[in-house]
Design a protein around this ligand. Structure first.
Ligand code: XBP
Ligand code: MG
Length: 242
C-alpha cells in the first residue's frame, strides 16, 4: 500500500463465521434436523462439520459428504434432487434458528457497522451462504431495516464459482462501482481470504474456533475478533501502509 491508495470507502463483510458464529450452532444443527426429517441416519458432529467446512456451500458440502461417506446415496438417480430437497429443508430450519436471535453477532461487529454508517463508509456483504439466511440474521441481531444498510449483498449461487474463487467479491465490487483498493474485506476463513485476495482486496481476518490454525498468508491483518478494532484504525493512512 502507498500514499496514493484511495481512502477506505466500503467494508465488505463475509457472513458465516465473521458477522456471527453461525456454523457450529446454526448451520450444523439445521443440516442435522434436515437429515432426520428426511429419514437419513446422518449426523454431523462438531468435529466432522469442522472438516466439512473446507467445502464451501451447503449443497456442495452435502454432495461431498455423500460421495465420500454414503456412496450408495450419491449413486441414486435422484441424488441431485435429493441434495436440493435436503438443502431447502436445511435452509428452512436455519432461517428459523436465525430468526430466534439465538445466534449473536461476534464482538465488535455491531459497533463497527454503526461507526461505518455514522462516518458514511459504505457497507456490503460477500458470502457463500444462501440469500434467505442473511436477512433474518441481520434483522434479529441489528435492526428490522438492517438489510437495507448493506448497499450490495452478494450471496450463494449468484456467481458460478464459490469461495475460494474471487467471483463473489468481484460481483460485489462491480455493483458497488468501487475499485478493490478503496474497500476492505472482513473474513474468517482461508477460503474467504483467498477469495478476497483473488479479487485484489485487502482482507482483515477475524479468526474463530473453526478457522484457527488455517493459513492466513497475505491477510492485511489477523485478529481474534473486532472487539478492539475501530473504524478509525481501518481508515488511518498509516494502517493502510501495513
Ligand atoms: C460459509 C459457507 C456456507 C455456510 C452454509 O459462507 O460456506 O455454505 O456454511 O450456508 P461464508 P449454505 O463464510 O462465505 O459466509 O448452506 O446456505 O451454503
Ligand atoms: Mg465465513
Amino acid at each position: 500500500m502507498n500514499a496514493n491508495t484511495p481512502p477506505l470507502q466500503a467494508l465488505i463483510f463475509d457472513v458465516d463465521g465473521t458477522l456471527a458464529d453461525t456454523e457450529r450452532d446454526g448451520h450444523r444443527c439445521a443440516f442435522n434436523l434436515a437429515f432426520a426429517e428426511h429419514g437419513l441416519d446422518w449426523f454431523w458432529d462438531e468435529l466432522t462439520y469442522g472438516d466439512l467446512l473446507a467445502v464451501t456451500g451447503g449443497k456442495e458440502r452435502l454432495r461431498h459428504y455423500a460421495e465420500r461417506y454414503a456412496p450408495q446415496i450419491a449413486a441414486r438417480p435422484d441424488f441431485a434432487e435429493l441434495v436440493k430437497t435436503l438443502h431447502a429443508t436445511k435452509t428452512a430450519h436455519y432461517v428459523r434458528l436465525a430468526r430466534s436471535s439465538r445466534i449473536p453477532l461476534r464482538p465488535g461487529v455491531a459497533r463497527l457497522i454503526f461507526e461505518a454508517r455514522r462516518q458514511g463508509v459504505r457497507l456490503a456483504i460477500a458470502t457463500t451462504t444462501t440469500p434467505d439466511n442473511i436477512f433474518p440474521l441481520l434483522r434479529s441481531t441489528l435492526s428490522a431495516d438492517a438489510p437495507e444498510w448493506f448497499e450490495v449483498i452478494g450471496a450463494g449461487d449468484i456467481v458460478p464459482a464459490k469461495k475460494p474463487a474471487p467471483d463473489i467479491y468481484e460481483w460485489v465490487l462491480d455493483r458497488l462501482g468501487l475499485p478493490a483498493e478503496a474497500c476492505l474485506a472482513i473474513e474468517d476463513s482461508e477460503n474467504g481470504l483467498c477469495a478476497a485476495l483473488g479479487a485484489g482486496l485487502r482482507c482483515l481476518v477475524t479468526v474463530n474456533d473453526y478457522t484457527r490454525g488455517q493459513d492466513f498468508s497475505g491477510a492485511w491483518r489477523v485478529v481474534d475478533d473486532l472487539g478492539r478494532v475501530s473504524l478509525g484504525e481501518l481508515l488511518a493512512p498509516e494502517m493502510v501502509d501495513v
